[in-house]
Design a protein around this ligand. Structure first.
Ligand SMILES: Cc1cc2nc3c(=O)[nH]c(=O)nc-3n(C[C@H](O)[C@H](O)[C@H](O)COP(=O)(O)OP(=O)(O)OC[C@H]3O[C@@H](n4cnc5c(N)ncnc54)[C@H](O)[C@@H]3O)c2cc1C
Length: 374
């Protein structure tokens, strides 16, 4: 029995779900708002954990290809004091494959493979109409009905309202992102400072993290606590004004660390929003959620991993279900499992964010000491 399945959103979670369905020979419609695969920059690196994102790629039959693209050396992590003293310098063993990093664009292309995504399909509403299915409405006025709609449409999900009235709230912590290109040739001093992986510096209620991506690209994230109004003010200022504000905020930190902000190009503000730690809903036949749409949490290395594993597991259960009742049972069981696992990780990452952007910078280092291999 072939169910009519729509996956709304072509991020890591939605594409993994679709790719596993495709591998199992089950048709699926991927409905993505972006007009094309390269419509916007894909963003920074993702570290994919052995038991989560890598397990999902194994289910999709893509683990070998992932390993050829991933950068295990990027698991390196260095922590500096605000005066530039190196406090910690972890390097992965040559055979360590536990959390290698991959560029988001490379991961997207790997997952896309043979998938036939419907680009430019902006979903505005999802209307469950059991037992006939779930109606999906698009921004251009078109409508289509499916047996199951999977909301993999991220933080501002348009599918979520069909299941839950909850919306994400601001954590009080903001990231401002900047980047440097061609670091090895143009900024060799900063290339050495950052190393093969990431470098972080923590001060009172703030931190600065730099991460090497492929192709000599470095992403820099300044993180600190500010009230929500700050973003509107920032949006009204230009690049140099933002740079000056950030340099004032990190005043007194070592010159090479501040050079990451001095030489960074454009600045993008990313206020960190989250859903409540134990976000669940009353099951509704014909519609479910995965990834950030279901459990948006602080960006501490879990979100894409969870979204991908959920996508893979949901795809396997749905493909194995024959008939509408079995399909509904499969989705219910998926939701119970997803809530339990995501709830645990939401708790861990929420506590982690409090310790990383904390009045006591020693808390951030203690957190790394707990999670880094000795
Ligand atoms: C700075 C930063 C670093 C991070 N690092 C990591 C990391 O190392 N490891 C990790 O696991 N996680 C990391 N995360 C978290 C991770 O990015 C997210 O958890 C992950 O992208 C969620 O995947 P998703 O598929 O659920 O949603 P998304 O990646 O948000 O994808 C949603 C997709 O849905 C589409 N869409 C949205 N609305 C609609 C609509 N109405 N109609 C149709 N399509 C729509 C979007 O265009 C998008 O393609 C990081 C996050 C940040 C901000």
């Amino acid at each position: 029995m072939r169910h009519r399945i729509a996956v709304v959103g072509g991020g890591p979670g939605g594409l993994t779900c679709a790719r596993v369905l495709h591998r199992l020979g089950h048709p699926v419609a991927v409905l993505e708002r972006d007009p094309a695969r390269d419509a916007r920059p894909p963003g920074g690196m993702l570290d994919l954990h052995e038991g989560l994102g890598q397990r999902a790629l194994e289910k999709a039959g893509l683990l070998t290809e992932f390993r050829a693209l991933a950068r295990p050396e990027a698991q390196a992590m260095r922590i500096l004091d605000t005066d530039g003293t190196v406090l910690r310098d972890w390097r992965p063993r040559p055979d360590d494959r536990s959390n290698p990093e991959i560029d988001r664009g490379q991961l997207r292309d790997l997952l896309l493979g043979p998938l036939d995504v419907r680009w430019g399909r902006h979903v505005t509403d999802v209307l469950p109409e059991p037992p006939d299915g779930t109606r999906v409405r698009f921004a251009d006025g078109r409508e289509e009905t499916f047996d199951l709609v999977v909301g993999a449409d991220g933080a501002r999900s348009r599918v979520r309202p069909a299941l839950s009235p909850t919306t994400p709230h601001y954590t009080g912590v903001t990231l401002v992102e900047t980047s440097l290109d061609d670091v090895d040739a143009r900024h060799p001093d900063l290339a050495r400072l950052v190393g093969d992986g990431s470098m972080a510096v923590y001060g009172v209620n703030r931190g600065l993290v730099a991460q090497r991506n492929s192709g000599g690209h470095v992403k820099v994230y300044a993180q600190f606590r500010v009230p929500p109004e700050w973003h509107a003010e920032l949006a009204a200022t230009g690049t140099e004004a933002v740079r000056s504000r950030l340099l004032a905020m990190f005043d007194g930190w070592a010159a090479p660390v501040l050079d990451l902000l001095r030489r960074g190009t454009a600045f993008v503000s990313r206020p960190i929003h989250v859903l409540p730690v134990a976000h669940t809903w009353t099951h509704v036949p014909g519609v479910t959620l995965l990834g950030d749409a279901a459990h948006l949490m602080p960006p501490l290395g879990a979100g894409a991993n969870l979204a991908m594993l959920e996508g893979a597991e949901l795809a396997e259960s749905v493909a194995a279900a024959s008939g509408p009742e079995a399909l509904d049972e499969a989705v219910r069981a998926y939701e119970e499992r997803m809530w339990a696992r995501a709830g645990r990780l939401a708790e861990i990452t929420t506590a982690g964010l409090e310790r990383l952007v904390s009045p006591d910078p020693a808390e951030a280092i203690a957190l790394f000491d707990e999670v880094q291999p000795s």
